[in-house]
Write a protein that binds this ligand. Sequence first.
Ligand code: ADP
Ligand code: ZN
Length: 295
Amino acid sequence: MLLAIDIGGTKVASARVENGTVVERRQLPMAYDEAGFAGVIAALSAGWPAPARVAVCTTGYIDGGRVRSVNRDIIRFWDGFALADQLRARFDCPLTLINDGQAAAWGEYTARRTPLAPAPPANLLFITLSTGVGGGLVLDDRLRAGPHGLAGHVGHAGVRLAALDGATVCGCGRSGCLEMIASGTALARQARAAFGKPVTSAELFARATTDYLADAILSHAAQAVAEAIGGLHMIVDLQEVVIGGSVGLADGMLERIRCALDCLALRAAPVLSAAQLGGDAGLAGLIALDTAGAQ
Ligand code: ADP
Ligand code: ZN
């Protein structure tokens, strides 16, 4: 049995996988301290047989057995957390760790290999608009994690736009990052400044149909996503850009990004699509990587 776990800034999902097929899937809210997190992992695998392998994708990048946060503001205990040690103490079997955006990129790439279309786009960028903004890059049909595991962290690409609430410095220490404008956290922050009271990302989408301010915040975020795509496209020559995450998949977001991208009139513009696997792209990528490793 393969135990696959996808750790996000807001939620953690697990899958019990037999012979490449998900037998059972679970999901819980992320915990924001070490003890709480241990409880989440226990609950996500309780009652399941002991796994033969554990594959985990997580927000942040992997540095040895530790996770490092690019944006240290999102989950405070995560930066430097000894994730591998904690998992090895619980599961006595081989463990693989990878970034969540990278796993999702591989999941979406492999999902595009079908009997009728056997050749997926060789150059594919996955962007997740979620608690933060993450991503993964497939170049020349290979998933690129990079020597430090940082490749595809498109949330910290600089864009020529400012956050609408005037916030400048990102939790990564730089300014001008996409994540400051287009993550669920950034949308809620800008909405709070605009409306003078707490408004969640989901509420902002609901308001956007009737409220011009909510509409403007979302269109501005979409424009920032398009800017980041445009910059990367001219460097690596993308064929497809896949948008995922709860914000990316929320009503109308893909259309807003498409509209902003059209305005950029990129040469040989990449195809823009929604994650075919929805919120399960990361788990699917882990399963595909495990299956490839077993061959
Ligand atoms: P994770 O970051 O754990 O991978 P998600 O992809 O679900 O998880 O992203 C979480 C973010 O998406 C949060 O900021 C949350 O407020 C926002 N969000 C959740 N559901 C919706 C929705 N239906 N519409 C818009 N934003 C949403
Ligand atoms: Zn940043």
